[in-house]
Design a protein around this ligand. Sequence first.
Ligand code: ZN
Length: 191
Amino acid sequence: METLEIIDIGHPTLREIATEVPIDEIRSASVQEFIDSLIATKRTANGAGIAANQVDNTWRIFVVEVMNNPRYPYKPEYPLTVMINPEITYLTEDRFENFEGCLSIPNLRGVVHRCPVIKVSGYNRDAEPVEFEVKGITAGTFQHEADHLNGVLFTDRLIDPRELCTWDEFNRRYEESFKKVVQEVENTYNT
Ligand code: ZN
């Protein structure tokens, strides 16, 4: 499967608001091939998710999947989910502090607030309407990917820009404490 080039922060497509995919085009060969390439690109790069903007495409499409991910060893597994024209609704006022990274922001991580219980609605790749809840840390991943479709990066949402760090510094200084946050969020919301 063809993989696509991931664009980096600074590329203007990351700041574009992506456009809705017409429902009757979801099953077209071009959209289906694009989805396959997006999945392959995410898997090759070991991302937890990827949005169309990140490969210089402006359809409202993102993919989430966490399976034995070496970039995020503490993340709970989540099956491959392709979302087209997604909408996210917060189902609680609660927020947690998520330490995020991004394939388009090489070697940086930072802390943002995310809602731990959300409803995701939109279409799957068979052009069927879908609606489901996502709880815990993975809800943060869905919000991160939905942000991409609106031209928003996690660095726009940093609670404290001074906490931005490299992956080495994250592993050295913050990984242990963040694992405890992950455990607490999972225990509280995803039981
Ligand atoms: Zn990202």
